[in-house]
Design a protein around this ligand. Structure first.
Ligand code: NZQ
Ligand code: ZN
Length: 367
């Protein structure tokens, strides 16, 4: 078992109607002027933005709004947010949405609290030393940004999708009402479930000795999400399934499933970030499209680990590790297909040219 730090400072407020507590939670943080940041249309259409703003008003908290964050959130919107925050002397950012909105909020938080160009932090030219405090009202279970140390932004100039990871940006609180996810289209629900599982799988397929407890948590998480993703295909308004998946989204990416390991592989995320940067696909679908090819490419480096995955996740009885590993990879791909996720770039609708593949490979080795 490796030594590890585990830091999960986000206060989680989970369950029905919890968005009504947002004003109180913001006040608890000592904020006086808030930026309410959100996406394209879902949070407006559902009335959530109105409810959240009402809850701020009830606590006497001043706020500005900035919507229009798109999936694979853009640097230009971040710059707009930074300028607005400086002009209005904002001291707290409330992200109402999914990973894209939360990541955009984190980037704005870095931009406001540090001198110079915010992109420097994503281009790995320097590290931020501060971030405005962030809170989240989550509307999709997927990226896990509500508890992660990560923010991923796309620079339209060059189609570069890059992450910046520091504990400074971890949300002060996350409001998680599973009912808010009822309105998700099935495709987004399944993309989210894929991403949730992948955050644990990236950590699970590592090269270190492993903790029995961490492995047990990881396997339970993956099986739980798999089970409930299928229920949600038939019953999108099943509260219990929405709740299981939502809690899994946070636990999968708040480092819990990496405790005691070497941190994992993360190649699929690096590959997907280049695909997302160039072709603007949904993150979870991009991950499903590359996972099978990645797994077949690497499993021989540690067949016993892939065999354990096959046996414990899919109950594969094969005693030979290599054969079990391959059977597990096939079973995972069958699962993806059963929930409408792609298992190749072609199925994702991408027919990349040789030149585009080379460009993505070059960008991918940036880290
Ligand atoms: O903009 P609206 O209209 O809200 O539509 C969104 C968007 O089109 C929609 N949506 C969200 N909540 C909804 C809803 N539609 C109906 N009802 C609701 N309740 O869903 C679409 C996707 O939203 P998005 O925020 O993009 O999804 P997700 O949470 O999957 O975030 C993806 C982004 O997070 C990054 C990804 O790369 C991608 O850019 N990631 C961030 C991570 C992190 N910060 O820790 C880790 C991840 O690995 C990931 O890289
Ligand atoms: Zn992800």
């Amino acid at each position: 078992m490796n030594n590890f730090n585990y830091y999960a400072p986000t206060k989680v407020v989970f369950g029905k109607d919890t968005e009504k507590e947002t004003g109180r939670l913001v006040k608890e943080q000592g904020a006086s002027s808030v930026l309410v940041h959100f996406g394209g249309k879902s949070a407006i259409a559902s009335g959530l933005i109105d409810r959240v703003c009402q809850s701020l008003k009830e606590e006497g908290i001043a706020y500005e709004t900035l919507g229009g964050v798109v999936p694979n959130p853009r640097l230009s919107k971040v710059r707009e947010g930074i300028a607005l925050c400086r002009e209005k002397k904002i001291d707290f950012i409330l992200a109402v949405g999914g990973g894209s909105v939360i990541d955009s909020a984190k980037a704005i938080g870095y931009g406001v609290a540090n001198e110079g160009d915010v992109w420097d932090f994503y281009a790995k030219k320097r590290m931020p030393t501060a971030c405005l405090p962030i809170g989240a009202v989550l509307t999709i279970a997927a990226a896990g940004s509500e508890m992660s140390n990560s923010s991923v932004i796309t620079n339209e100039d060059g189609g570069l999708k890059r992450g910046c990871n520091t504990d400074l940006c971890r949300c002060r609180f996350a409001v998680m009402n599973p009912e808010l996810t009822y309105t998700l289209p099935d495709y987004q629900t399944q993309c989210g479930c894929t991403d949730i599982m992948m955050h644990t799988m990236e950590r699970y397929f590592n090269m270190s000795e492993n903790m029995e407890l961490t492995d047990g948590i990881s396997e339970a998480l993956i099986k739980t999400v798999m089970k409930h993703s299928k229920i949600l295909k038939e019953h999108p308004d099943c509260y219990e399934s929405r709740a299981e998946v939502m809690w899994a989204s946070s636990l999968s990416h708040n480092d819990l499933t990496g405790c005691g390991t070497d941190g994992g592989d993360w190649a699929c995320h690096q590959l997907e970030h280049e695909i997302g940067g160039m072709f603007d696909v949904a993150h979870g679908a991009g991950l499903a499209a590359v996972w099978g090819s990645w797994a077949r490419y690497v499993y021989k480096a540690r067949p016993e680990r892939f065999a354990k995955f096959a046996r414990n996740i899919f109950n594969i009885q094969e005693t030979d590790d290599e054969k079990a590993a391959v059977a597990g990879i096939e079973a995972m791909e069958n699962y993806y297909q059963s929930v409408g996720m792609p298992t190749s770039l072609c199925e994702l609708g991408i027919h990349a040219t040789e030149e585009q593949i080379k460009e993505m490979a070059d960008k991918c080795s940036f880290y």
